[in-house]
Design a protein around this ligand. Structure first.
Ligand code: GLA
Length: 672
């Protein structure tokens, strides 16, 4: 028990390290690895993620000698181990002997071995084989002093958003039996009287494989829930084995930010610490804000608990068609962003660049070209910075703004056969970008997680709105909060069915409006006769709406913006000291900024630091304020506090391009 507590404590500082794949190298390289890790300030490495074939070369044999040696070498070097369960890539003997573990695409065509993740998560045989492997690893290493953390699987679902195999078919039927109280309940939920789809037995149901035409949207939605659950079950099964074998260390798996196939909000309670892999695309003009969104999403999954950046690239990745490198300074700037937004671990894929295989061009902490490289120098410098950081405060209730983001809604709102086609993540992130430009801390949560700790809540395209979510949003407004509801919200229930009584059946009374038409516009860049945009004007000016210009009626609300036609574009209803706002169109980038600026005026929400240019990022984490200059010129920022790296009181900081600062600024004193 004491040992377990000590190991937990070992996660206390900011971890620095990487995936380490020593099995790709001769044993005489390993001591050099450890020596260089020490030089780089590495404190933790993830070992064995893809080592199943080395640990269990045949079904009957296990070889732990090499892993024993690695763990001992690392421990002697003072480096902690995030030990993997090694189940992410079954070895060739598994696929040959048990081809039933292989997953299938929607046509029923198998995915064959030769890459990785070629297993059906619902396959009982895969789970049995993986379980046996994990048990052996756990029994051997649960008490190893090097092990500080467990890494279950790897990026569950990454390459296999949905599996339609026969294993999935059988498991889906069982999943439905659990979810529904009899086949008639399923018929009702799925609306199977449409197109003669009525079932008489759960065994008549198939996974929604390729069909001649549009598949039942409620079946698709349940199949997505099922898929997320299958990956989660793989994680949970391995977690249980680790705990049963006496492993007391924290257990996690690496998430992938806003990853559509897995509902991480449902996963989060089962991870002791949230771990994330993030590879900002240098070619994405919004890379900084999208990365910030991802960090905030990770922080919001487990409030108050620092998360770990499990993987980032030291320089270029290898899996995009064009792999731009990071310009000098970017690595440290991106790292500072993570720490500012709640990370207590900065890890890379990977330690030493591979010499063979699909990822040999992927950058690493230790490049193939060796230590005489900029990447290596940057990695060493970053290690020094991280080592110099004091213990950091846990993320607090630092955000007064919440953005509603919901996986079930994501799945449902992007189904086909809707009035228009929406890219949910893009629309949510458009609001986030506007908030980020104004230096507001934002939590990213499901509607059910909204509470009176927030002043402003924005709910983009909340098409599928559960009763509990609607109730939470209503009590938020009744408690004095300001809620903005946007078009195509509160349309269906959790089975993608219209609720009786039209649209906005739950939020309509709160908003004081009725919705009678979606008013579809020609999409930006699309062809067609009709309006492409819907300009709207409020007290602060005119902005552009796109995609939808809904026909709404203010029954018990004030019209605060109108379309060019004079029809209401935005309404506001006062509820006590709270406000329920409705927007009837989807604003473009500038229009979104225009509205966010208006909401800031209306609610008085404050930036982390006042007066910053939009290219400087500011984040608050308890008493720690992080500033990062993502711009191309040096900037002087008036802010009082203690520079925690320089150990000096400051009244202002000067940030060069890609420069950053960590300041201790108690919550009420952010301005000089
Ligand atoms: C993912 C995986 C790693 C590696 C990196 C490359 O994050 O988890 O194994 O493939 O991508 O960027």
């Amino acid at each position: 028990m004491t040992a377990a507590r000590d190991r937990r404590r070992a996660l206390g500082g900011v971890l620095y390290g990487a995936d380490y794949n020593p099995e790709q190298w001769p044993a005489d390289v390993w001591p050099e690895d450890v020596a260089l890790m020490r030089q780089a300030g590495v404190t933790c490495v993830s070992v064995g993620i893809f080592a199943w074939a080395r640990i269990q070369p045949t079904e009957q044999s296990f070889d732990f000698a090499w892993l024993d040696r690695i763990l001992d070498l690392l421990h002697d070097g003072g480096i902690g181990v995030n030990l993997a369960t090694a189940t992410a890539s079954p070895p060739p003997w598994v696929s040959n002997r048990y081809p039933e573990i292989l997953p299938s695409d929607e046509n029923g065509a198998r995915f064959w071995p030769g890459s990785r993740q070629h297993f059906a998560p619902s396959s009982p045989r895969y789970r049995q084989l993986a379980g046996r492997l994990v048990r052996r690893i756990a029994e051997r290493y649960a008490d190893h002093p090097a092990v500080v953390l467990w890494h279950v699987g790897n990026e569950f679902g990454c390459h296999l958003p949905m599996d339609f195999s026969d294993a999935a078919r059988d498991a889906f039927r069982d999943w439905l039996r659990d979810a529904y109280d009899g086949i008639d309940a399923l018929n009702d939920a799925w609306g199977t009287d449409f197109w003669s789809q009525r079932y008489h037995d759960f065994d008549e149901v198939f996974p929604p494989r390729k069909a001649p035409y549009s598949r039942n949207p409620a079946a698709m939605l349940d199949f997505r829930r099922f898929t997320s659950d299958m990956w989660l079950q793989c994680y949970l099964a391995e977690r249980r084995i680790l705990r049963d074998a006496g492993a007391g260390q924290p257990i996690t798996t690496n998430l992938m930010g806003p990853f559509k196939p897995a509902d991480y909000a449902r996963w989060a309670p089962h991870l002791d610490v949230i771990a994330d892999d993030c590879y900002p695309d240098p070619a994405d003009p919004h890379a900084v804000r999208h990365a910030a969104f991802q960090r905030d999403l990770m922080r919001s999954l487990k409030p108050g608990v620092p998360w770990l950046l499990m993987e980032q690239a030291a320089d270029a990745v290898s899996w995009r068609p064009f792999n731009l490198g990071k310009r000098p300074g970017r690595l440290a700037a991106e790292t500072a962003q993570c720490i500012g937004r709640g990370a207590d671990g900065i890890m890379f894929f990977q330690w030493r660049q591979s010499r063979a295989g699909s990822e040999k061009f992927h950058s690493a902490m230790l490049p193939h070209a060796g230590t005489g490289t900029r990447t290596w120098r940057d990695v060493v410098t970053l290690g020094e910075t991280i080592a110099a950081l004091p213990a950091l405060p846990p993320p607090g209730r630092d955000a007064r703004v919440a953005l509603v983001f919901d996986w079930e809604n994501w799945w449902a709102v992007e189904e086909r056969d809707h009035p228009t086609t929406l890219d949910y993540l893009e629309l949510v992130r458009r609001w986030y970008r506007a908030l980020h430009r104004r230096h507001l801390m934002v939590d990213i949560v499901a509607a059910e997680r909204v509470d009176d700790g927030y002043d402003l809540v924005i709910a983009p395209q909340l098409y599928l709105l559960r009763e509990a979510g609607a109730a939470t949003l209503a009590s938020f407004v009744e408690g004095g909060g300001t809620l903005l509801v946007t078009p195509f919200s509160d349309i269906v229930d959790e089975h993608d069915r219209f609720r009786p009584g039209g649209f906005l059946t739950q939020l309509g009374p709160l908003l004081g409006i009725r919705l009678t038409d979606f008013g579809v516009l020609v999409p930006p860049g699309g062809v067609g006769v009709g309006e492409r945009t819907a300009p709207f004007t409020d007290a602060r000016g005119t902005a552009v709406g796109t995609l939808l210009a809904e026909e709404i009626h203010a029954v018990d609300a004030e019209v605060v913006a109108v379309f060019g036609t004079g029809a209401p574009a935005m309404t506001s209803r006062t509820v006590g000291t709270g406000r329920a706002l409705y927007l009837a169109t989807i604003p473009d980038e500038q229009g979104t900024q225009h509205l966010v600026d208006g909401l800031i005026e209306l609610t008085g929400v404050r930036p982390v630091v006042e007066g910053l240019p939009p290219f400087v990022e500011a984040a608050r984490r308890g008493d720690l304020v992080t500033l990062v200059n993502h711009g191309e010129r040096s900037v002087t920022i008036a802010v009082g506090g203690t520079d925690v790296l320089a150990h000096a009181e400051v009244r202002h900081v000067v940030l060069e391009p890609d420069g950053f600062a960590f300041l201790h600024v108690p919550t009420s004193e952010e301005s000089p």
